[in-house]
Design a protein around this ligand. Structure first.
Ligand SMILES: Cc1cc2nc3c(=O)[nH]c(=O)nc-3n(C[C@H](O)[C@H](O)[C@H](O)COP(=O)(O)OP(=O)(O)OC[C@H]3O[C@@H](n4cnc5c(N)ncnc54)[C@H](O)[C@@H]3O)c2cc1C
Length: 586
């Protein structure tokens, strides 16, 4: 703070038009102080989240161990009033009453995106306000316009460059903060979008302040490479801002992505040359950090693809067309990884598109022995090397890549074919459910892909005595009973698992049955109903029978997610309930 006060005083004393080296140094010290505050603020927030996540893990671990041999778990079912209020009003709260994941659509083709949660908004507003304050504090507004514009220009340029570091960290699939803070990629994506807007606004302020200082001499852009490259960066930033507008992004995602990468590259080149040609060497290190972040993420992605798909043999992939415009993808990977529920990966299919990769939830994973090899195994290490991993995906055809894939497989003989596919992953945050006595999983349509691995894991854990879970309810809403085929082979295996009947119930809701004859319940633990579920009634029933703490997870259309979120919030004070949401969009 002392450096900041001294610098402000020096700047004030220097008076209008001063170009004193001491004053310049003071201005730089002030900029440095503000950038340090910004990093300290982000670090402090990150540290607080880390501490909170650490405590959460300790609580879950303790509960898991304590509840292993306890079938009632009464203590853990009781809601703590404080905790319940924090979850209801802050952690799980949408911005207003209910809407969070349901997209705001101006028409069926124009998607304006989703609203942030209250917690996300508080962070974004605080960060935005801090940036505005740091842009303006110390600007000598009572001096000449030229003097004020000069300080504003330098400050905004500095902050814009600085904010590009978190902007690039948040954009990466391999962002190290995802596993560290256990915050999902789609939250970082939201932050990436808002940090991007801040970077662009500051770059535009920087440019306008500069031009205004020269009495609006626009043609100065051509006077020196320093100005010209600066203009390239600002124009690239503006292109990024316009083309990432939600309706454009959602309607033309792949085109958006290509232009986004090209414009981002242009902005970095423009910025680098701007700084280099203006002898702003102190700033160049920021550019190198940004470039290093981008290269590290891309490098990690390539390494993941090579490692998982190329071993003694290559990954093999079989795809099948399913009813309801869906596709089942079964991959036998060249190398196994440690599979756990909640993971997703990106699929590259050169036969459909050379450069596109799309994210899909891993809905099944299991280890198999390499049947293609006739080598005799002599030790454990060799046995592990011989083991293969099979992973499964269900893909619902939309209008682009997934539709092309569906048409291709549907046109093949028997609606089934082998194809070349590369898997990049696994990605995703950890939401372990094994410390909860009661787990309720809601799924809408293809959202069931996210829930199946949890069901399998928990049923296996119950049979082995390794989880606290005593009640599992899967509520799946589908449009037609034909959609049951999507996960039939996997559910057949789950339904045949040891002690399954003691712990798992499945409720299937068919929202658009062609006839009531289609609705029949195979058993008392697997029931089928016409229409949509009444979430409130289901949750009331579960709370009445609740064992231990309850986890409620949802993956499906925004309307379903928002309704489940609302009910969980409304019921926070009755018993202990945690809420986990997985979204298929960003
Ligand atoms: C973590 C995650 C897991 C997912 N799991 C599944 C799953 O198991 N099964 C399933 O059917 N779908 C899943 N999806 C959705 C799936 O990724 C999209 O439906 C698919 O990418 C659409 O491709 P398209 O070219 O046919 O899209 P289009 O019809 O062109 O667009 C449809 C929508 O998909 C979005 N989209 C398009 N391309 C991408 C992309 N590369 N990355 C992210 N979003 C994109 C667009 O913004 C648009 O809103 C998941 C999405 C995410 C983020």
């Amino acid at each position: 703070m002392a450096a900041e006060t001294m610098a402000t005083e020096l700047l004030a004393r220097a008076g209008p038009g001063a170009k004193d080296p001491a004053v310049e140094a003071a201005a730089r010290a002030l900029n440095n102080a503000y950038s340090n505050y910004l990093f300290i603020m982000c670090g402090a927030i990150g540290g607080a989240i880390l501490l909170w996540k650490l405590m959460d893990s300790i609580i879950k671990y303790t509960r898991h161990i304590v509840c292993l041999n306890n079938d009632r778990q009464r203590y853990f079912a009781i809601a703590s009033p404080w905790n319940a209020s924090i979850k209801r009003h802050i952690l799980y709260a949408p911005l207003f009453r209910k809407r969070h994941n349901r997209e705001i659509q101006l028409s069926s083709a124009i998607n304006v995106g989703t609203l942030p949660t209250r917690f996300q908004l508080v962070f974004l507003v605080a960060y935005f306000a801090t940036n505005i304050a740091f842009c303006l504090v110390g600007v000598p507004f009572n001096e000449t316009a030229s003097e004020a514009l000069d300080v504003l220009r330098k400050r905004s340029g500095w902050l814009s460059t600085l904010n590009m570091i978190p902007l690039f960290v948040f954009a990466g699939r391999n962002n190290p903060l995802i596993p560290l803070l256990n915050i999902s990629f789609d939250t970082y994506n939201l932050l990436h979008r808002w940090f991007g807007r801040i970077v662009v606004i500051e770059a535009v302020i920087h440019t306008i302040a500069h031009i205004a200082k020269t009495n609006w001499a626009w043609n100065m852009v051509f006077a020196k490479p320093f100005y010209g490259w600066g203009a390239v960066a600002t124009i690239a930033f503006l292109v990024l801002l316009i083309q990432s507008w939600s309706p454009i992004r959602h309607a033309f995602y792949e085109t958006f992505k290509i232009i986004h990468i090209l414009a981002a590259a242009a902005s970095i080149v423009g910025l680098y040359m701007h700084l280099a040609s203006g002898a702003r060497d102190g700033f160049l290190s920021y550019c190198w950090i940004i470039i290093a972040l981008w290269v590290a993420d891309r490098g990690a992605r390539i390494l993941r693809i090579v490692y998982i798909n190329i071993g003694r043999s290559r990954s093999r992939t079989v795809i099948e067309a399913l009813p309801g415009n869906a596709i089942r993808v079964t991959m036998t990977l060249a190398r196994p990884f440690r599979g756990r529920p909640g993971q997703h990966g990106y699929l590259y299919m050169p036969g459909v598109s050379l450069w596109q990769s799309h994210p899909f939830s891993i809905s099944w994973f299991e280890s198999t022995d390499d049947v293609s090899s006739d080598k005799l195994v002599s030790n454990q290490q060799e046995r592990r090397a011989m083991q293969k991993m099979q992973i499964g995906f269900i893909i619902r055809a939309r209008t682009g890549y997934t539709d092309n894939l569906y048409k291709r497989v549907a046109a093949s003989p028997a609606g089934k074919m082998e194809t070349t596919c590369f898997f990049e992953g696994p990605y995703g945050v950890k939401h372990p459910l094994d410390s909860y006595g009661t787990v309720v999983l809601f799924a809408g349509g293809v959202g069931v892909t996210h829930q199946v691995p949890y069901v399998k894991d928990l049923v296996a854990g119950y049979a082995n005595g390794t989880v606290a879970t005593r009640r599992i309810l899967l509520v799946w809403t589908i449009q037609s009973p034909e959609h049951l085929e999507w996960i039939r082979p996997w559910m057949t295996e789950v339904l045949g698992m040891d002690k399954r009947r003691d712990v798992l119930r499945i409720m299937l809701f068919v929202s658009k049955p062609r006839s009531i004859k289609e609705i029949h319940s195979p058993s008392s633990t697997v029931q089928m109903f016409p229409g949509r579920p009444n979430i409130d009634t289901l949750m009331q029933m579960e709370q009445e029978q609740q064992v231990g703490a309850m986890a409620v997870t949802v993956c499906g259309p925004g309307t379903l997610s928002d309704e489940v979120r609302r009910v969980v919030r409304d019921r926070q004070h009755n018993t202990s309930i945690d809420f986990v949401e997985e979204a298929f969009s960003w």
